[in-house]
Design a protein around this ligand. Structure first.
Ligand code: GDP
Length: 344
């Protein structure tokens, strides 16, 4: 569903109707790889052979809200008069800057500070997010050091520009593990104004079932758009994300030949699936993983811990409460129509 769309410089099509995330950073930092892995199910190792992008590209990504992720090539000068950066930065909800932690990063930090200065001037509501990327190549100690160093240097650059009050969030990421999904989940969640309703609904679900943790996943990208208010354990997230993959693979194995013809290998069109996805699996340690499709390409994935109770009755209760959650989501969608956060 998310076909990359090459755009001409200075033209920002469809941007106004969506919550936009702008992906920036120096060349070879990993921007294209991040987009391919998140939105086109590309295997991380295949990104080795990606050509560096020379044109801005746009990914459309519809979950509970319509989102667009726009990737600007590193060598582009956003501040050229011919480039309509003011309009672009005004329409953006989140600015994600990718820093290659395996490379010399001082230039990137200077570039980042310059972009923050500009972005903040035209749009003070913009969320500024920094990915300290490719950390898979760093040892644990080095990771912590790199993070501290990058945060400190960015702070110093901003202080020099008189921008020390600007909030910047940092994430350690790699396309070789789930950290990139986790970071994007948090970034996307900041753009969903009704997030607290969703969190409440999931808290309610947990309280009334034997569910330990519940995520609302965007099935295609495996970004979670919401979770209950208990802390996220990355391992639990990984298990749930992998369960989404397994479910889709099993589902695709048995789809009929007509669908086979329409299939686009890289963008599994969840919205067009005729049947609703559902998958329940009991693990060796008695934990049950439960997946059920909700609305708009979203699935609820829950970890159920029966703790001695009869698993069947736990599932009956879960089914009942998950149906209530689905109705709630339909209602939010139909009546309130969740709109992207106004960014200006
Ligand atoms: P862009 O110019 O910012 O779009 O960068 P690319 O996406 O083309 O990535 C440049 C190189 O970095 C490619 O060879 C990728 O395979 C590699 N790369 C991207 N992300 C990661 C990562 O998380 N870890 C490692 N080790 N390499 C990465």
């Amino acid at each position: 569903m998310s076909n990359g769309e090459v755009m001409s410089t200075g033209k920002i099509e469809n941007a106004e109707s969506k919550a936009m995330i702008l992906l920036l950073g120096l060349r070879r930092g990993g921007k294209s790889s991040i987009c391919k892995v998140l939105f086109h199910n590309m295997q991380p190792l295949d990104t080795l052979y990606l050509e560096s992008t020379s044109n801005p590209t746009m990914e459309h990504f519809s979950t509970l809200i319509d989102l667009a992720v726009m990737e600007l090539p590193g060598q582009l000068n956003y501040f050229e008069p011919s480039y309509d950066s003011e309009r672009l930065f005004k329409s953006v909800g989140g600015l994600v800057y990718v820093i290659d932690s395996q490379d010399e990063y001082m230039n990137a930090i200077t570039n980042l500070a310059m972009i923050i200065e500009y972005a903040y001037k035209v749009n003070p509501n913009i969320n500024i997010e920094v990915l300290i990327h490719k950390v898979d190549g760093l040892s644990e100690d080095f990771k912590v050091d790199a993070q501290r160093d990058i945060m400190q240097r960015t702070g110093e650059e901003l202080l020099e520009l008189g921008l020390d009050g600007v909030q910047v969030s940092f994430y350690l990421t790699s396309i070789f593990d789930h950290s990139i999904y986790e970071a994007f989940s948090r970034i996307v969640q900041k753009l969903i104004p009704e997030l607290s309703y969703l969190e409440n609904m999931l808290d309610n679900l947990i309280q009334h079932s034997k569910i330990e943790k519940a995520f609302l996943f965007d099935i295609n990208s495996k970004i979670y758009v919401s979770t209950d208010s208990s802390p996220v354990d990355i391992q639990m997230y990984e298990v749930c994300a992998e369960f989404v993959d397994v479910t889709i693979d099993l589902f695709d194995l048995y789809k009929d030949s007509q669908q086979n013809e329409q299939k686009d290998k890289n963008s599994k069109a969840v919205h067009n699936r005729p049947r609703e996805l559902k998958n329940v699996s009991q693990l060796g340690n008695d934990v049950i993983i439960y997946l059920k499709q909700m609305i708009r390409g979203l699935a609820l994935v829950a970890v159920i811990r029966p703790n001695g109770a009869d698993p069947e009755s736990c599932l009956t209760v879960a089914d009942y409460n998950v149906d209530i959650l689905k109705k709630g989501l339909e209602e939010i969608w139909a009546n309130a129509r969740i709109h992207p956060k106004e960014s200006s």
